[in-house]
Design a protein around this ligand. Structure first.
Ligand code: NAD
Length: 272
């Protein structure tokens, strides 16, 4: 499993599992155990997903050594006024005594101050790394005015139909690692029927999902596709034994439509 090094020297597995919209308890516990058996060690959750408790239960049940895992959770804007409480509530639900990565989930008003509170938790060695999510260049610029620590990552929606080249250039320049949410475009808008992706998949005897995930890896992006199915979890993990050519990478680059599935963080009126 390739590890990327964040700007504070913390190592992060480049592939993990996301748990957004996993709504069934038993299915969650089962999917986590399958993922662990396959080799996943990185898990991405958030307070707002309402399943931190299940992730904690699944970790405990598995008996895995905490140090082997990389766990991310996120601070929801409704809790900007008491970041320390929100963080410790997440830890309690997860049954953990630290997170590997804690993110501001959305650039809602008050994020500059919330970041200062995140910095305090980080400086007190309570979190291994801190970052942001859904931040566009304008939010990162504004954050910089009051921040003393550069976010370790920015987690944003990214897939073949939404590639955000300018943001990625900016993040690279500022040594902020890129995390893609919805890396498979959430499987909607016909992405799994895209003819050019089908042709690339056939060349490599892989599925379109695997081609898309491989494209992210080759762009140095961190990914955590979501699935509760054992076969798909396995498939999403089997992406380290082939390589896309420069011309295939260019073909995928040409699919960009600048089309978000989720709310657009460029629009300040929206919350997730
Ligand atoms: P995704 O792009 O990972 O798509 C998930 C969907 O794709 C699944 O529901 C399934 O239907 C399908 N799928 C998965 N593997 C497949 C395969 N091999 N073949 C065919 N179909 C397959 O979308 P996501 O779950 O929204 O994003 C991944 C993770 O990103 C989430 O679980 C969550 O952790 C994170 N996320 C973060 C934010 C944020 O605001 N920070 C928002 C959404 C998601």
């Amino acid at each position: 499993m390739p590890q990327l090094t964040l700007n504070n020297n913390v190592q992060i597995p480049q592939l993990g599992m996301g748990v957004f919209k996993m709504k069934d308890h038993d299915q969650f516990i089962q999917a986590f155990q399958w993922a662990l058996d396959i080799g996943y060690r990185h898990f991405d959750t958030a307070a707002i997903y309402g399943n931190e408790k299940w992730l904690g239960e699944a970790i405990k049940k598995s008996g895995i050594n905490r140090q082997e895992l990389f766990i991310t959770s996120k601070l929801w804007p409704a809790e900007f006024d008491d970041v320390s409480k929100a963080y410790h509530d997440s830890l309690t639900r997860l049954g953990l005594d630290y997170l590997d990565l804690y993110l501001i989930h959305w650039p809602a008003p008050g994020y500059q101050q919330a970041w200062q509170e995140m910095e305090k938790l980080y400086q007190a060695h309570k979190i291994r790394s801190i970052g942001v999510s859904n931040f566009m260049i304008k939010h990162l610029e504004k954050l910089q005015e009051t921040a003393t620590i550069t976010p370790a990552v920015d987690q944003v929606e990214l897939h073949p139909y939404l590639q955000r080249p300018e943001l990625l250039d900016y993040l690279q320049k500022h040594k902020i690692a890129v995390e893609a949410w919805g890396p498979l475009g959430q499987g909607i808008n016909g992405v799994f029927e895209e003819a050019s992706l089908q042709a690339i998949a056939q060349n490599h005897h892989k599925s379109i999902a695997q081609v898309i995930l491989r494209w992210h890896l080759q762009r140095q992006t961190i990914i955590f596709p979501k699935s509760v199915h054992q076969k798909r979890l396995q498939q999403n993990f089997d992406i380290f034994d082939f390589e896309l050519t420069d011309s295939e990478m260019a073909t995928i680059a040409a699919l960009d439509k600048n089309q978000p599935n989720g709310s657009d963080p460029n629009d300040d009126e929206h919350l997730a």
